[in-house]
Every structure is written in C-alpha cells, then in structure tokens.
Design a protein around this ligand. Sequence first.
Ligand SMILES: CC(=O)N[C@H]1[C@@H](OP(=O)(O)OP(=O)(O)OC[C@H]2O[C@@H](n3ccc(=O)[nH]c3=O)[C@H](O)[C@@H]2O)O[C@H](CO)[C@@H](O)[C@@H]1O
Ligand SMILES: C=C(OP(=O)(O)O)C(=O)O
Length: 421
Amino acid sequence: MEEIIKIEGGHPLRGTVRISGSKNSTVALIPACVLANEPVTIYGVPNISDVESLKVLLEELDVDVKQCDEETLYIDPSQMNNKPMVSQAVSKLRASYYFMGALLGKFGHVEIKMPGGCYLGPRPIDLHLKGFEALGATVQYTKGCYILDAKELVGTNIFLDISSVGATINIMMAAVYAKGRTVIENAAREPEIIDIATLLNKMGARIHGMGTSTLTIDGVERLGGCMHEIIPDRIEASTYLIIAAAMADTMRIENIIPQHVEAITMKLKEIGIQMKVESDAIEVYKTEGPLKPTDILTKPYPGFATDVQQPFTALLTRAQGQSVVTETIYTERFKHCYELNKMGADIDVRVPSSFINGNTPLTGTSVTATDLRCGACLVIAALMAEGVTEIHDVYHIDRGYEDLDGKLKSLGAVLWREEVE
Ligand SMILES: CC(=O)N[C@H]1[C@@H](OP(=O)(O)OP(=O)(O)OC[C@H]2O[C@@H](n3ccc(=O)[nH]c3=O)[C@H](O)[C@@H]2O)O[C@H](CO)[C@@H](O)[C@@H]1O
Ligand SMILES: C=C(OP(=O)(O)O)C(=O)O
C-alpha cells in the first residue's frame, strides 16, 4: 500500500502559518549532540520523518533520547556506544553522514554505510573525506561501508574546492576535539552552519568566524551539555511565501528571519508580488494583474537557494512570458519540470537551465514527488490547478515539511491522504 496526497486546486488561501525549526539545521544538530558528554536539550525540533530516522540512529548508538514535548528533544549521549551504523535508517536520509564527523571527532573511529536522501544528480562526499584525511584520519570503503580511523586528529588548514554545506559541518564536527587549530577556508556560509557552530560553542567548543568563509576551530578536551533553540526553516518559509504568492488573499507567515529569505522575497517582488516585511513575519497580499517573468540563478547563501528553485518554478508557470532558471549547484535538479508539464506547463529543460514558458493554466492529474522540493513544487502546482491532483511518493515531502496537511488546511486548502495499491 502507498500513501498519496490528493489536492483539490483553485481555493483561495488566507490566514496565518507558523514556520517550524529548520530541517537542515536539525539534521546536523542531532548528530552534533553526540559530541557532548552530558545531556543536550534542543527546542523547536520539527516533526518530520528525517528526525524520526535520526532518533532511531541515536537509539542504535545507546544514546538516551526523550521527546519532552512536541518540539523539544532531550539527548543524553553520556552512556553511548560507538557501533557500526549499518541499519536501514542510515539510508533514509542524507544527513546520516553527519555521524561521520561526530563519531570520528569523539571516538576516532566510525563505520557507516552510504547515506540516502534526495537524488539531485550525483552527490559526492569527496570533500568531507579529504577533510577527515587532512585531520589525520584514514578512509576505507568496503562493501558499501565507510570505515574511518584516527589515532589522533590534529588541526590543520583545509581549503574546500567547493563551499559545501555538508563538508563544512562534517569537518567542523570532526575538528572540535582535534589537537590545535583547524582552519576551513572557502567554508559554506549558510545560516544552518552558524546554528550548528553556535550549539557546539554552547557545549564548550571554540569555533570562530561562522557566517564567513573562514572558520577557525580550536580543539578542546571536553564538551558539556547545553540548551539550544533551532533557527526557523528558511526553505519552508520560502515555500509558504510562494504558496501565498500563488493563492493567497492575504497570508501571514510567522517565525521567519527575513534576512534568510531575502533572495526569495526580492524575486517575488520583482515578479509583482506585494508584501510587508516585519522583524519576524511577512505578510503577502493578493496580486492584482499578471505576474512578470524572471531569471533565477541558484547560488550558495546568500544567493537564491537551489532548494527553492523547484517550488518557485510552479509559480513561474503563471508569469506572462518566458522565465529561465539556471542551476549552478545541482545541474540535474529538474525532475519537477517533467511533472509540471504533465499538469499542462510548458517547460523546456536544457541542463543546466529550465525555460518556463508561462501563462499556462495547470490541470490536476497524477504526478510523482521525485524528491523533497519537487514535492513542494507539485503541492503548489496542485493548489493552483483546476481539479484534483494526486501526488505519489509523498514520503519525500514528509522528510522535510512539518504538518504540511494541517498547515495548508488551516489556510483553507482542500487536501486529503489516501492509501492506494
Ligand atoms: C541536509 C542539508 O543541509 N542539505 C542541503 C545541503 O546538501 P549538501 O550538504 O549535500 O550540499 P553541498 O553544499 O555539500 O553541495 C554543494 C555542491 O557541492 C558538491 N559537493 C559536495 C560535497 C562534496 O564532497 N563534493 C562535492 O562535489 C555537490 O555535488 C553540490 O554540487 O546543501 C544543499 C545545497 O545548498 C541543499 O540543496 C540541501 O538541502
Ligand atoms: C535536498 C534536500 O535535502 P537532503 O540534503 O537532506 O537530501 C533538501 O532539503 O532540499
């Protein structure tokens, strides 16, 4: 049996939606907690399936995990055991690879199988491994498993060829207990990296320069417990901004850091969306008149996030003219375009760009969420479409959007889930 989402499109949306804690922060913060020797409490944890998979992984390592309330997680790693990470849960998400840095940093040894996550074209982890090697670890790959070993990790200078989010976080975690100073040059500057470094510093790490492209980590001997509140999810926030732009009379999006979504709000304004930006909320108003087409170039933060180009494409099918989306991060991240075309869009994909010939009304049909943000794109398209859209492989969506159904229903959307053969 498979669960699908059905959405009846065309209903105007109004009301207030609250953004959850950041998925991409949470999935790194949870593995980072095992570096401590005392309990850590994290607030604002989103209720998504990636978190459920990480809780399973923690339990497999004998970490004491308690869900204190809906969004508070208590993680006590003081009695944990370092075991091979080979269960199914590892393959359910990409971020299980953060246990590489965390366990290598804490125990000098880790055995873990290949991570899972969204297929967006090839997603190598060579920069993570080169960073671990530079710190003094050996890396072996046998029978689908990485085995990393280090008698001692020693701080060094590491230049990342690409400012990879995952490699920056993983190397930072491996380096917190290393002897001496590690400097990561061309480090990623995403807000999630600042969040992880902030947690580690609260635990007693000495990390400087977060939010810049040079991160300095001075090794320490012990990390203790702390409490930490996760930043709001800028990708979920962007998704609801686009939903509002597509379907709202008036929609208020709360628990937002406006600076984190500035590349998106600038684009929305450029195509003709009106909004009011407050310190921690954004109100979006009904658009009168046609939307203008635009060109989007995905870039690392603070540029236009690759995770948002897919949902944004759904909105661009309504623009009067041709828009071009060019991917510089994952050049094959265009599967959503083929699904949108099934709904009546006219999108031509010529890697690394998609050419969206707008002003095409969308009609509900059967489509597949090939990855998480393709799923978000199809939800937006379905809300805009005439008739009922059925979305398959919704487990991708559930990896990253807390209570999508509940939040949309509270805004006036008509959707439901069904079990099908
Ligand atoms: C859990 C999480 O936070 N996921 C996000 C993270 O993924 P993730 O951390 O996997 O993405 P990276 O920033 O590492 O990837 C950026 C680019 O670097 C390349 N690369 C990366 C590592 C490496 O060792 N070698 C290499 O060549 C990748 O193929 C890609 O082209 O950042 C992506 C880019 O913002 C987002 O789409 C994902 O939502
Ligand atoms: C690609 C994404 O996630 P992951 O890296 O966890 O696969 C995403 O959040 O859009």
